[in-house]
Ligand binder design. Structure first.
Ligand code: KG4
Ligand code: ZN
Length: 338
């Protein structure tokens, strides 16, 4: 019998709905929220309101694009957390209502696990065990992926996430939110070796980006004192130099982990994996180390419901899901779902 999953993602500032049949993606509609741009970060209350506005049209469009009726669905999967609680409540309440009305199972999904399973939406797919560097606006993790639903975080950030390092730098430079894509595009014509930023000293596979953020702040302050147009005159070089430091920190730890765990299938996932410099450097490192490298398609790197459908699919076929009373959680470890 065929399995058709409708998935809902609403953890942050993207309202998304996907339809997947037997593991094959049929639609993936994503509505972004421009309202946050002017604030330099996501405003939780505004995000929740925008999800409320978007959710019905996004779900209707996803079903239409897939050519399915609600009554064709086998189950509904939704993002349980981690994320903004008000935003999660919109998606989870909608998912619960829909599952209840259709009398079909409701499957809660860990957002970070979903970023990892984005690798299974398209070919080529990694083999288990593989290592995944998951880098997003809220998380930076190196995950040892043993099976579809069996993962272990072997390293993570002690403070800011990699995406936050991009976004906060962008804010200091007077750029709009989200800063990652802006820095990515400005860095394309900049010199990555022009300015040197420090590498944090943290143990094993863990990360720390708050010190980098502070050093960028002090650097900009002191240079602007000498020349008030410093940022404007050097914007591309600053972006390229910061980006290069963030990427080198990420890849050095990932490389170290592949050696210790003797792993040759290696992936990157999450919003920051959309970064063109990270993607290039990761591929280069892969060639040097003989890795098979995996990078999800651009639209499956940033938040999307296709990845929530992917986890929903595996949980459904393995009958590995809880009951309808799951409560969304702002914080949720990847290991808590096992
Ligand atoms: O995974 P995601 O869409 O949402 C979370 O789960 O947080 O990640 C969003 C993060 C933001 O910090 C954004 O600036 C960053 O991903 N991002 C990028 C790029 N595209 C998105 N960072 C660097 N370069 C990019 N091209
Ligand atoms: Zn995410």
């Amino acid at each position: 019998m065929s399995v058709t999953i409708l998935a809902i993602e609403s953890s942050c500032d993207e309202t998304s709905c996907a339809v997947m049949r037997d593991g094959v993606l049929l639609s993936n509609v994503i509505a972004g929220q421009e309202v946050h741009q002017q604030y330099g970060g996501v405003i939780p209350e505004l995000a929740s309101r925008a999800h409320q506005l978007n959710i019905v049209p996004v779900v209707d469009l996803a079903l239409k694009q897939a050519g399915f009726e609600r009554t064709d669905l086998s189950a509904i999967s939704f993002t349980e957390g981690p994320g903004l609680i008000g935003a999660l409540l919109v998606g989870s309440s909608f998912a619960k209502g829909l599952a209840l009305a259709l009398n079909i199972p409701l499957i809660s999904v860990n957002h970070m696990q979903a970023h990892v399973l984005a690798h299974f939406i398209d070919e080529p797919k990694p083999s288990f065990p593989f290592l995944c560097l998951t880098v997003s606006g809220g998380h930076t993790q190196i995950v040892l992926v043993k099976d579809y639903l069996k993962m272990e975080v072997i390293g993570e950030t002690n403070d800011d996430a990699a995406g936050e390092a991009f976004d906060k730098t962008a804010k200091l430079l007077g750029l709009l939110y989200p800063g990652g894509p802006m820095i990515d595009s400005l860095a394309k014509t900049g010199n990555p070796n022009r300015f040197k930023f420090p590498e944090p000293k943290v143990g094993a596979y863990d990360f720390s980006f708050s010190g980098l953020k502070t050093s960028i702040l002090y650097f900009l302050r002191s240079e602007t004192k000498k020349n008030e147009n410093f940022v404007n005159e050097n914007l591309n070089d600053i972006c390229a130099s910061v980006q290069s430091r963030i990427v080198s920190i990420l890849l050095a730890k990932l490389e170290k982990a592949t050696i210790e765990f003797a792993i040759k299938d290696v992936g990157i996932a999450g919003g920051v994996s959309a970064n063109s410099f990270l993607r290039n450097q990761f591929e280069e490192l892969g060639k040097k180390n003989n890795w098979r490298v995996f990078i999800p398609k651009f639209e499956f790197c940033t938040d999307n419901a296709a990845m929530i459908a992917m986890v929903g699919h595996y949980k459904f076929i393995k009958s590995d899901f809880e009951n309808q009373s799951v409560i969304p959680k702002a914080r949720l470890s990847i290991n808590e779902t096992f």
